[in-house]
Design a protein around this ligand. Structure first.
Ligand SMILES: C[S@@+](CC[C@H](N)C(=O)[O-])C[C@H]1O[C@@H](n2cnc3c(N)ncnc32)[C@H](O)[C@@H]1O
Length: 246
């Protein structure tokens, strides 16, 4: 902390209408009284007007993994919360948080990473990928569903990029595919069909995130993929299996 305070002093920081906040994490919390002292010490090193009620700049301080971290705290604007209520949705769709998480796992934050959701349904993953500025493509074999996916994208001012195409016809190669295998109350997808889709996943991408409604470890390995991580998620009476494969 002493080091940090010295550094702040040497930088001669100046802000108008700023506020310093202690950012509470799951670990590294300190008492409220200590937080106030800390905030005061930091504020003393900054020139400018302090504003508690209408700050234009929020500076954050926190303690994480044995280090004090300080900087401008750009809060998430939470715009993606509106993605929960898409114009078109169906029971098989991913939740927004799951779609976001899958895109994060697929890209690891690399905006150059090329990803595809070749069975994208109404485009839950595509909405998240595009709104986080990732290079994501989407395909859907059912023309009505593909059309609705594009309407969802337009609704959020995103480009309607979903192609109405069979995934088995993809000729491009991607860093990662996110494949949510078709399943359903109305149509059953046989193991042979699911295997064919995993084989296509192998053909079109070096990494695959596979989402299934039944355990498919054996088939994944038969398709020459290695499972590097795995989890299950419960959705009502169903369980989703999520495999990260390379
Ligand atoms: C489980 S749903 C995907 C749901 C999607 N994750 C969402 O959140 O909306 C699987 C989708 O794959 C599509 N599909 C099935 N076979 C396909 C194929 N060969 N090529 C492209 N899409 C296919 C189905 O029409 C269905 O919409």
């Amino acid at each position: 902390m002493e080091e940090l305070l010295q550094e702040l002093e040497s930088k001669e920081l100046m802000f108008e209408n700023y506020k310093v906040e202690y950012i509470r994490l799951e670990s590294g919390n300190i008492l409220y009284s200590e937080r106030l002292i800390l905030i005061k010490k930091i504020a003393e090193k900054i020139t400018g007007k302090f504003s508690l009620t209408k700050p234009e700049i929020v500076l954050g301080i926190t303690f994480y993994e044995n280090e004090w971290i300080f900087g401008i705290n750009n809060k998430n604007n939470f715009l993606w919360n509106s993605h929960h209520t898409k114009p078109y949705s169906y029971s098989n769709s991913f939740g927004v948080k799951l779609a976001k998480t899958l895109v994060n796992i697929a890209t690891f934050g690399d905006s150059n990473s090329k990803i595809i959701d070749p069975c994208c349904g109404i485009g839950t993953t595509i909405v998240e990928g595009l709104s986080m500025n990732y290079n994501i493509s989407g395909q859907e074999i059912n023309s009505l569903i593909a059309e609705n996916a594009n309407k969802n994208l337009i609704h959020y001012n995103l480009p309607p990029i979903v192609l109405n195409k069979d995934m088995h016809l993809i000729t491009n190669f991607y860093d990662t595919s996110i494949i949510d295998l078709p399943y359903g109350i109305f149509s059953h997808t046989s193991l042979t069909e699911q295997k064919k889709m995993i084989e296509t996943g192998k053909k079109i991408s070096s990494k695959m995130i596979l989402i299934t409604f039944e355990p498919l470890e054996k088939i994944i390995e038969e398709c020459d993929f290695k499972i590097i991580d795995f989890c299950t998620l419960k959705k009502g009476n169903f369980k989703r299996h999520i495999y990260i494969c390379e």
